[in-house]
Design a protein around this ligand. Sequence first.
Ligand code: B12
Ligand code: SF4
Ligand code: SF4
Length: 193
Amino acid sequence: MARPYVDAGPVPERELAQRAGVGWIGKNTMLIDPRRGSFTFIGSVLTNVDLAVDPPFEADRCGSCTRCLEACPTDAFPAPRVLDATRCISYLTIEHRGKVPSELAPKMGDWLFGCDVCQDVCPWNEKFAHPTSDRWWEVGSGRAWVALDEFERLDAAGFGRRYGETAFSRPGLGGMQRNAAIVRRNLETVSDG
Ligand code: B12
Ligand code: SF4
Ligand code: SF4
């Protein structure tokens, strides 16, 4: 018997991955594979099949580095490996419902959906992350870079047709309109100097 999970169930995926020897949990709370960096998803399979057990990944390869903690635009790390999710742009743009607190909205910059700052600055990604060759992950043309005003123009049915099968359906049309309005304001502030 087996049941698979990828980001869709009550499974502590990062801890299981660390215990299975995939990598260590960095100060940015991401599971870092020393050969691939952290731009990865974790998939887990719960099964009663008897498998050989890999030893856990015990080392902490962050060392004295603190780049991710310093780079976070919203100061979402009160301490290494502790994330205040309510300040995280990923949470604010994807999971949060309603208005984004006015203290945090200007710090969201041009992040429309999710945030990767604490991974972009990580030396393990700078050195080892590389684009996947798996065609399944190719983003369809016109979807990788979206026009901000598109969300204003779409109605619920149009949004459902264009983005119903994508992760944008999590915040939904209202959430994406809110995110786009924040990004537009932030870009205007930058260009106003
Ligand atoms: C809730 C959640 C969020 C929340 C909170 C994230 C957080 N850091 O707490 C929000 C919405 C903010 C979020 C954001 C993102 N997320 Co998220 N998220 C989850 C989710 C659904 C649950 C995590 C959770 O709270 N679990 C419950 C708690 C109890 O478990 P835990 O957080 O893993 O903590 C345990 C272990 O990590 C362990 N632990 C923690 N520190 C240490 C240190 C050591 C030394 C050891 C031994 C153990 C240990 O102890 C904890 C208790 O058991 C997981 C999927 C899943 N089911 O795991 C994805 C997941 C963690 N997210 C993922 C991703 C990709 C992201 C984003 C990069 C998305 C984006 N681009 O915007 C950001 C990154 C933000 C960040 N720096 O973490 C990936 C991470 C892949 C990876 N390589 O690590 C996951 C695993 C989904 C997946 N299957 O791919 N996420
Ligand atoms: S994803 Fe962005 S906002 Fe969230 S902790 Fe990382 S850098 Fe901070
Ligand atoms: S940026 Fe530095 S401290 Fe943060 S996860 Fe990467 S190696 Fe660890």
